[in-house]
Design a binder for this molecule. Structure first.
Ligand SMILES: C[S@@+](CC[C@H](N)C(=O)[O-])C[C@H]1O[C@@H](n2cnc3c(N)ncnc32)[C@H](O)[C@@H]1O
Length: 652
């Protein structure tokens, strides 16, 4: 467990498109008084959270939502002024109205991120659930001021408490500031001990440990303050390397030291710390690791098969739950700030009026955009957060095949399907790689793939230490196999669909862009399309020496430190008709044993090539397929044959 592991909590952050006008002064007061979440960190700070029990039906990693901050909001439905229909949902417009159009929501406030530098191209990402320092309060609104009630006073007092707490905790924010400053001015003429442009005292003389010193440190009790200070210094040096680097040490030596310190400070194994570190610029990496120490907001999804969001909100408010609609991008989500009742055991919960679900879990279903009467496959569906969302968007028409290889997990899936009143769901339990042999011809397929969970570390800290290089290799192979099967299960003849959505709650490139790129290479009849999601940063098209198809930029990444959601990845593919044999070409090539295939987009490929592409990488994948077969046999009580040499090699 790292030094930071006990420092889990930060202030719950409200939703960014709920403007002060929409919330009334209550909201404005809070925004005014609150501080950036990033500063609200200290190892010694007291927790200000209330334990809330809930059922395990959140998507992906389902635990970790136990703590709900004592927020500052006293919910009242009248505070929900205005609401937007969500076109992206692609389903029926919900009968839902939180108020008049008179008060148009203000422009979404710009996110206040300390580090804007990202390795990815494109416009800076917007924080969907912003920090409390979002400057959307309207202090000059005297009329509103007069409407301060007892409730708002309470809210103000709590917000001030939160601020005091935040003020006392500066911690690694300094480090981020250092990185930001360096981003702004890499070549600033600044020597050690001098003041920089911000008036901050620059780095003190800093000695990077030698290899021998590092070895010595490894066997002695770690000095947390030393590690923290050295991280700060390394960040600073890496920001102004030419100026500040010492003793002829290389940049990679500083990076190596920083990663090693990040690993020990936050409690990661060095392999994972390095893997995650390289996804970001230095400053942003620190933000990411910090965000993983803070729980994400508690959110619920209204089950529109049973109720309307407005009615659900009112019912929960009556029970003492403080909540607000999530941003404009969803018309079914509610963010829970505080609850005096266990949010996973209210009568409304038991009656299936809502699902406890991370906001990020809404995204793949929004991208999938199922249409009424369609036939949909949810290939890895337990415990059913996304299945039940799909069923609701289908308005209980059509059919959803909810599959999960893990039979035990289908119990909770079935329970959720019943609780939420989904009458169009068939639960089944196959290895996803057996599709489409089991059944095919779907209008849409969701593959919410099994993954490493590096996007949900704030919920499951065990990921920090229990993932090895081999895990990522195996997962990436499984994901590649599953995605091809998902693609092959979709009917290119679908009148209304023909789409696959691939998602993971992981941020690693191996599990995301690399899988998508593999699918594009193996299945020339699919192409990536826009996810339809309004936010998220584009997927990598190049990463550490690997190059992916340019269209991979259409995929979307979501980060805890940027969007205040679990780390997540979403890609959407369109499947075209696979091939028509070009008869003319066939005749011309007669005897040459080559048949060319014309794809719908007009490109031509050799049939043998197409078949090769359609198969798994035989050499690469065979050992894993054999391994899976052995496991299946063992599970059935059969004795598998001895391993082949290739499988032994791969296992090694
Ligand atoms: C990320 S979870 C799915 C979460 C689910 N979509 C939801 O929203 O509630 C991944 C699931 O994949 C299942 N799984 C793992 N390997 C599989 C395979 N080969 N075929 C099908 N499902 C698999 C796991 O049992 C797990 O339930």
């Amino acid at each position: 467990m790292g030094r930071r592991a006990k420092n889990k909590q930060g202030p719950v952050q409200p939703l960014d498109d709920v403007s002060p006008k929409k919330l009334g002064k209550r909201k404005a007061v809070e925004d005014d008084a609150s501080r950036p979440a990033k500063k609200a960190k200290s190892k010694d700070a007291p927790k200000k959270y209330r334990s809330v029990k809930f059922n395990e039906d959140a998507g992906g990693s389902s635990d970790g939502w136990e703590d709900v901050q004592d927020g500052a909001k006293i919910g009242d439905l009248d505070d929900f002024l205005g609401d937007s229909d969500d076109d992206m949902l692609g389903g029926p417009a919900q009968e839902f109205d939180f108020g008049s159009d008179a008060e148009e929501p203000e422009e979404q406030p710009a996110p206040k991120l300390r580090s804007k530098k990202s390795k990815q191209a494109g416009p800076p990402p917007s924080k969907i659930i912003p920090n409390l320092d979002s400057d959307n309060s309207d202090d000059s609104d005297d009329e509103e001021e007069e409407r301060v009630t007892r409730a708002t006073m309470e809210a103000r007092s709590r917000a001030l408490d939160a601020q005091a707490e935040a003020d006392a905790e500066l911690d690694l924010a300094e480090m981020q500031a250092a990185a930001d400053a360096s981003d702004d001015d890499e070549d600033a003429d600044m020597d050690d001990g001098e003041e920089d442009a911000n008036g901050d005292i620059a780095i003190e003389p800093f000695h990077l440990p030698t290899a021998a010193e590092r070895e010595q440190e490894k066997i002695s009790v770690p000095d947390v303050h030393l590690v923290q200070q050295r991280m700060r210094q390394c960040v600073k040096v890496l920001g102004r390397f030419k100026r500040l680097a010492r003793d002829g040490r290389s940049r990679s030596e500083y990076v190596e030291q920083l990663i090693s310190d990040i690993a020990s400070y936050y409690g990661y194994n060095e392999f994972l710390a390095e893997k995650l570190f390289h996804l970001f610029s230095v400053g942003e990496a620190i933000e990411f690791f910090e965000a993983n120490e803070v729980p994400r907001p508690v959110t619920i999804r209204t089950n529109t098969l049973r109720t309307r969001r407005r009615d659900l909100a009112q019912a929960l408010i009556n029970r003492g739950v403080n909540l607000e609609p999530i941003g404009k991008w969803t018309n079914v989500g509610l963010q829970v700030f505080e609850s005096s009742v266990p949010i996973g055991a209210t009568p409304e919960y038991l009656a299936g009026h809502y699902m406890l679900q991370a906001a990020s879990s809404f995204l793949p279903v929004i991208a999938l955009a199922p249409q009424p009467n369609e036939r949909v496959l949810d290939m890895a569906s337990a415990p059913g957060g996304k299945t039940t969302h799909i069923a609701a968007l289908l308005q209980n028409t059509g059919v959803v095949f909810a599959n999960d290889a893990n039979k035990a997990r289908t119990k909770s899936l079935t329970a959720n399907v019943h609780r939420l009143g989904c009458r169009n769901v068939v639960v089944c339990s196959y290895d996803g790689r057996e599709f489409p042999k089991v059944m095919g011809g779907f209008d849409r397929v969701l593959l919410d793939a099994p993954c490493s969970g590096t996007g949900v570390i704030s919920k499951d800290a065990s990921v920090k230490t229990n993932k090895s290089e081999r895990d990522f290799t195996l997962l990436s192979h499984l994901q590649k196999q599953l995605i091809l099967c998902a693609i092959d299960s979709v009917s290119p003849d679908s009148k209304t669909g023909g789409y696959i959505v691939y998602s993971t709650c992981s941020v690693t490139v191996d599990e995301n862009e690399a899988v998508v790129d593999y699918a594009l290479r193996k299945r020339p009849n699919v192409h990536l399309v826009d996810t339809g999601l309004e936010f998220g940063t584009p997927g990598f098209t190049r990463f550490r020496g690997k190059t992916f198809a340019p269209s991979v930029a259409l995929t979307r990444r979501f980060y805890p430190h940027v969007h205040n959601m679990d780390g997540f990845f979403v890609a959407k593919f369109k499947v075209e008709k696979r091939a028509k044999v070009n008869k003319k070409q066939e005749e011309e090539d007669a005897g040459a044993n080559t048949v060319e295939i014309v794809l719908e987009d007009g490109t031509v490929e050799n049939q043998q090539e197409a078949q090769d592409k359609a198969a798994f990488d035989s050499d690469e994948d065979r050992p894993y397929l054999e391994d899976a077969k052995r496991r299946r046999m063992k599970a059935k009580g059969l004795r598998p044959p001895p391993r082949k040499a290739s499988a032994v090699k791969a296992a090694a």
